[in-house]
Design a protein around this ligand. Structure first.
Ligand code: 26W
Length: 825
């Protein structure tokens, strides 16, 4: 029987008033009664905590109303499972979405506190590496904004993505500590704790009715405790929950050990449990295959599945309706073990028949793939899975047997096709392929841009696509226009509002109305003035942090993202060196002044990425201090790139560098943020750039370089880049100067191997795309000198960004994958 634990008509307190006076009174009340500080001695962090609590209180009513409504209406719920949520700061986002920025600003002013200072004091929730984690954060906000009952499920890492510092131009990683001052946004739910098991063995047990069931008896147990954070949508449309799991020991201290004098041993279990959610893995493209990582993946998958099933049973009382009431989206393969865990829960714990359980499973799960890089595709040694999750390994074998039988019998697959679709990779040590598991256990598999989805069909999943041809679909990524336009660029938002009215705030497609003003000199002047103010702000930040003076009159040419060879920061910096050579060789020419701005973190174990950071810094030192350059070119590497830094850099960019080797960037989402803020893109036909080119029009973007097909041809032919280098004197000169130590006199051989690689194989086509890139950059210069043309292009970028709103993406997921209604614009 379903239980009905909810009392719908319980009296609730009056919603909090949002007048300046009421907010001011509550901030003081919170400061005294919750933070425990006298206003006379309160420190900035105390004011921040009190302010967050006052804002939070104005979200609470809507939070409870949202959950109540979902219970009442029995609407289907969406669960977004992600090992990463790269949220950034929450206070400005929440205030802006419920219209509290101005009253809070005034309330604080009366208390002699500056809201801007408090905003900057809030630590970033950096529970993610890059694109995948940031997408999850944009999706959470959009799901609330389009009124979908949804939960994000992830891990409450104590330490988010490492802090990056520079030591003589090298990246140094330091622990990040976002919880140091507490986290007023989260609510610990001790009552929502689940036991998570590892190891042990599987035992067949015979039920009274004679049925044999498998029972997993783990020998290692810990607790997953829930921490909930409210995620408020635009205009408070809905408030959804981000539920993050924290690992805790079942026995915090083993008293017998302690009493017998083993004080360290008494705490060992506690430390082992807590290690699971201690720190985010800082690699965003290589699956390192470490046991702790698998433990993280199972820990949060199992806790989430237990929670989902409990909630479902509580409301509906039976599991047959799971796919009608529950949609679970797997953010890449990191939570893919959920498929085996749900099967275990259904078959072993709830006695469902295998075939019935498998149908429910497929009906419930959807899987999003975010990368085709072979080294990023997760697989786990069979032996490790057998040891850590013996029952799940059995289940995976059973699923595999069913899939392979179907492939042979129905689809008449050959041996090599069978090997392709198998969940077990037999080559080089037996491993379980999580992509294959996620695919066969889901009714929908989606890529994140049109090109990427096509490539999925042609490469990793070609045979699975033949076996299940109606499963792969595309959902081009998006970004939330609230954070990435309205909040980070208030001046532009105001200008747009004054020009086309405020309706675009609720229907982003209406930005199109700006098209009509693209050629208007007055509007162009205003648009340029906003950009100029944002550039001045960034210039001040660069001066403060690096003591480098840059002119806001120069073109701000920006590449900010994780450092990776396929993203080709190397191509960008080599072009900077070539430009440097040319400026010195031809001082008489009319050079367009440029500031090349870089930021991004390298995975700690990724040597070439770290070396590229050092190269950028080495090149910067020489170019920035050479009087012959006369300030026409500056190179800046801003340390510790994160969401908050992006919110300052993006609105100040003139040129957006999206220059990955074609076929390698699944989508990119930075590209969309720049577009929204009126930067012009220089980019390859890769990821979502292809769709940007279509949306903005060929005249408003600068495209260059090899296409995916051309890259594949060159790789297949084994063609070496030497001829390309020989044919390009400026490339040759730049490469020689770098590899001979012009920028590294203290260690002349530092870049010999890095540059040598470009001569040998050049997998990422840096040399072969160089001339096309340099020519495209010259075209960018030409456009820049025609200010009216540049401004018109920039305006059209903002005008046509509507498609890239994550509201659009989420509506498509809702309609095509989840089967849930979403609010129209
Ligand atoms: C197991 C190690 C690991 C960790 C993270 C491998 C791969 C990942 C992610 C899938 C990498 C990632 O963030 N991919 C990015 O996802 C974005 C959102 O879809 C895309 O816009 C980027 O193009 C893609 O690189």
């Amino acid at each position: 029987m379903p239980q009905t634990p909810i009392v719908y008509d319980a009296p609730t307190p009056e919603p909090r008033a949002s007048t300046v006076e009421a907010i001011q009174a509550e901030i003081l009340e919170r400061l005294i009664y919750s933070v425990g500080k006298d206003p006379i001695v309160a420190r900035p962090h105390d004011w921040l905590a009190a302010t967050i609590m006052a804002v939070r209180d104005r979200v609470m009513d809507r939070w409870m109303e949202s959950s109540r409504e979902t219970w009442r209406t029995s609407h289907k719920r969406v669960y977004y499972l992600s090992l990463e949520f790269l949220i950034g700061r929450l206070m400005r986002d929440a205030m802006s979405n419920v219209g509290l920025i101005e009253p809070v600003r005034d309330a604080l002013k009366n208390l002699n506190v500056d809201l801007g200072d408090l905003i900057n004091l809030e630590p970033d929730a950096a529970l993610g590496n890059g694109g995948l984690g940031r997408l999850a954060a944009c999706f959470l906000e959009s799901m609330s904004s389009v009124k979908i009952p949804a939960y994000g499920y992830g891990i409450r890492y104590v330490h988010g993505l490492f802090r990056q510092e520079m030591s003589e131009g090298w990246q140094v990683e330091l622990p990040e500590d976002w919880l140091a001052h507490g986290n007023p946004w989260e609510f610990e739910r001790r009552e929502s704790a689940y036991e998570i098991g590892f190891g042990g063995h599987v035992e067949p047990v015979t039920d009274p009715d004679g049925e044999v069931r498998q029972e997993w008896r783990p020998n290692d147990h810990l607790l997953a405790v829930a921490y909930d954070t409210p995620i408020v949508g635009w205009r408070g449309a809905r408030v959804n929950t981000l539920r993050l799991w924290s690992a805790q020991p079942i026995d915090p201290i083993l008293l017998d050990k302690f009493n017998s004098g083993d004080h360290i041993g008494a705490l060992a279990e506690s430390a082992r449990a807590e290690a699971i959610t201690r720190v985010l893995y800082p690699a965003d493209s290589t699956a390192a295959g470490q046991e702790l990582r698998l433990r993280q993946e199972f820990f949060f998958s199992s806790a989430s599945l237990q929670d989902i099933v409990r909630r479902h049973l509580q409301q509906y009382g039976d599991l047959g309706s799971l796919p009608d009431k529950v949609a679970i989206q797997l953010n890449d393969t990191h939570p893919a073990i959920s498929i085996a865990e749900l099967m275990r829960i259904l078959v072993d714990d709830n006695g469902l028949k295998w075939a019935e359980a498998w149908k429910l499973c497929k009906g419930t799960f959807g899987y999003t793939n975010h990368t085709l890089l072979p080294e990023a595709l997760e697989s786990w040694p069979v032996a490790l899975l057998e040891r850590l999750l013996p029952r799940h390994m059995q289940i995976i074998y059973q699923i595999n047997a069913d899939v392979l039988a179907e492939a042979r019998q129905r689809a008449k697959f050959t041996d090599s096709q069978i090997a392709n679709v198998s969940l077990i990779d037999e080559a080089g040590g037996r491993r379980v392929r999580m992509g294959q598991l996620a695919f066969v256990g889901s009714h929908s598999i989606n890529g994140v841009s049109a090109l990427h989805t096509e490539l999925m069909k042609q490469t990793v999943f070609s045979d699975l696509h033949k076996l299940y041809p109606d499963r792969i679909n595309n959902k081009t990524n998006g970004i939330t226009p609230r954070r990435w336009l309205m909040q980070c660029n208030p001046d532009l938002t105001k200008l747009i509002t004054d020009t086309i009215g405020p309706e675009f705030l609720d229907d982003i497609e209406l930005l199109r109305g700006l098209d009509a003003h693209a050629e208007d000199p007055t509007f162009q002047g205003q648009f340029a003035q906003v950009k100029r103010a944002n550039k001045e702000k960034l210039a001040r930040l660069i001066k403060d942090r690096l003591n480098i003076v840059v002119s806001p009159d120069a073109m701000f040419d920006v590449q900010i993202k994780r450092i990776h060879e396929y993203k080709r920061q190397l191509l960008n910096i080599i072009q900077a060196v070539a430009l440097y050579d040319e400026i010195r060789a031809h001082p008489e020419r009319d050079w367009v002044p440029r500031v090349k701005i870089f930021a991004g973190k390298a995975a700690p174990g990724y040597w070439n990425a770290k070396l590229i950071i050092k190269l950028i810094n080495d090149v910067a030192k020489v170019i920035n201090n050479d009087p012959a350059v006369r300030g026409l070119l500056k190179v800046v590497f801003l340390p510790n790139y994160n969401v908050s830094l992006a919110e300052v850099i993006v609105p100040a960019a003139d040129l957006s560098e999206q220059i990955s080797t074609a076929g390698m960037e699944a989508s990119g989402t930075g590209n969309m943020k720049f577009m929204a803020n009126g930067a012009i893109t220089i980019g390859t036909m890769d990821g979502a750039n292809v769709e940007m080119h279509k949306e903005v029009g060929a005249d408003n973007i600068v495209i260059f370089g090899l296409t995916t097909e051309e890259v594949n041809e060159k790789r297949a032919q084994g063609e070496t880049p030497r001829s390309a280098i020989e044919a390009s004197p400026r490339l040759k000169e730049a490469l020689e100067s770098i590899s001979s130590g012009v920028f590294s006199p203290d260690d002349p051989d530092r870049y010999r191997d890095l540059i040598g690689g470009l001569y040998d194989h050049d997998w990422f086509m840096v040399a072969r795309d160089f001339d096309a890139y340099a020519t495209a950059q010259a075209e960018v210069d030409a456009i820049w000198t025609d200010k009216a043309r540049w401004n018109a292009m920039a305006i059209r970028n903002t005008a046509r960004v509507g498609f890239f709103s994550s509201d659009r993406t989420i509506r498509q997921y809702a309609q095509d994958i989840w089967g849930v209604p979403a609010a129209a614009e």
